[in-house]
Design a protein around this ligand. Structure first.
Ligand code: PMP
Length: 407
């Protein structure tokens, strides 16, 4: 048993004290976005009331203060994911922008007709569509790693897909719809033994498991601040320096240049080459506050507690008649996606909402994955460290009630 005190931690999250439809909020939509602790909210208030100024431009007091805070946030991220240098940390809007940045820069520069990019069946749309767009522009082809009925990537099939045409691999570390933890280290090692770079979609990983980009040896890693208790509109693209250096800029504008003339513009050093225009300064500072908050809790403690909660929740949910859990991988994190009897996910979700329970219903931006399971979608309860076993008991009761109402 972990000694994690979720009840105490809940007090740090003002929104968790809300009542919804007269019932205490039970928030199980953490894979969509997480709630924010007071420390993150305070950091935003402090930024706008004491620091607000543009970065990298002014010599005045506030501009220097804002620049220092922005660059300190970058170092906090660097440390959190164990990157070698702050230059390898590019602030972006989120995972989606991180992946689009890589496909539009590395991808457009290096891929050509006949080349192949590998993704998996369980990817979020944001790790499918940017690569499809790249394929349309270059004539490259997308190859899909199959999964088994439990929702696990079939590693041997991945190995078969890798040929001398393969030029890039991009996979999710953890599936948002199923919670499957993919064997990313094995994928990276195998791809590297064939000289193929690998990008990890870390949107559902950073908040649940320790990330060490050097140990993983991934070439790119993207995540979103809002999924790790930070603000929306801020995220991170990590890239190995050798790749980032060789890539052309993504967007043009202020800050990403060294000198501009009508004849020739020279680009700025890393990471600014990829940060055109005024960045999300407040967001980066809020993200750093969130990462510090999680570090103080200890990501290993978080992972252990969430795992206990997942085991408990899975066991309890399976006690419900006609319960079908979608995604039963041996290695799983924090997601219980389910269907109950012949009920439609939307109907279950709507009834749960009336009881103050927030879950997500639908295809969770993974339409090909839902097609694989031949289902219209699922009801997804996604857990965070502030959830409790009592809340799971409430969910189980509410699902049973919905089941009788929808008979
Ligand atoms: N990948 C995965 C696995 C996700 O869960 C999400 C968000 N649901 C994304 C990518 C996209 O993240 P964002 O919308 O924050 O860019």
């Amino acid at each position: 048993m972990s000694t994690f005190d979720a009840e105490k931690i809940r007090m740090d999250f003002p929104i968790l004290q809300l009542k919804i439809n007269g019932k205490p909020l039970v928030y199980f939509d953490n894979a969509a976005t997480t709630q924010k602790p007071q420390a993150v909210i305070d950091s935003l208030i402090k930024y706008y009331s004491e620091i607000n100024s543009n970065v990298h431009r002014g010599v005045h007091f506030l501009s220097e203060k804002a620049t220092n805070a922005y660059e300190a946030a970058r170092k906090t991220v660097q440390k959190f994911i164990n990157a070698s240098k702050p230059e390898e940390i590019v602030f972006v809007r989120g995972t989606t922008e991180g992946i689009n940045l890589v496909s539009n820069t590395y991808g457009l520069k290096n891929l050509k007709e006949g080349d192949e990019i590998i993704v998996s069946t369980l990817e979020h749309h944001s790790n499918i569509v940017p690569w499809q767009m790249l394929c349309e522009r270059t004539g490259a082809k997308l190859k899909i790693i199959p999964i088994n009925k439990k929702g696990e990537i079939i590693f041997d099939e991945f190995k078969i897909l890798v040929t001398d045409k393969t030029k890039f691999v991009s996979v999710a570390y953890i599936s948002n719809s199923l919670g499957t933890i993919n064997p990313v280290k094995k994928i990276i090692d195998y791809a590297h033994s064939n000289n193929i770079p690998v990008m990890l979609d870390g949107a559902q990983a950073v908040q649940h498991t320790k990330i060490d980009v050097r140990d993983l040896d991934c070439d790119f890693f993207a995540f979103s601040g809002h999924k790790i208790y930070g603000p929306t509109g801020i995220g991170v693209l990590y890239g190995k320096e050798k790749f980032l250096e060789a890539m052309p800029p993504y967007q043009g504008g202020g800050d990403m240049i060294k000198n501009v003339s009508f004849e020739k513009t020279t680009y700025n050093d890393l990471p600014y080459k990829f940060e055109a225009g005024t960045p999300n300064i407040a967001g980066s500072i809020g993200l750093a506050a969130a990462l510090n908050y999680v570090s103080d809790l200890g990501i290993d403690n978080v992972a252990k507690y969430e795992h206990e909660l997942l085991d408990y929740g899975t066991k309890k949910m399976l006690e419900i008649e006609d319960m079908r859990i979608i995604g039963t991988a041996d290695e799983k994190a924090s997601v219980i996606s389910f269907l109950v009897g012949k009920t439609h996910p939307y109907d279950v979700g709507t009834l749960l909402d009336q009881l103050g329970i927030a879950v997500r219903t639908g295809v969770h931006c993974t339409e090909p994955l839902m097609n694989f399971f031949k289902i219209p979608g699922t009801v997804r309860a996604s857990l965070a460290f502030y959830n409790t076993k009592d809340e799971i008991d409430l969910l189980v009761k509410a699902v049973q009630r919905a089941q009788t109402m929808l008979l």
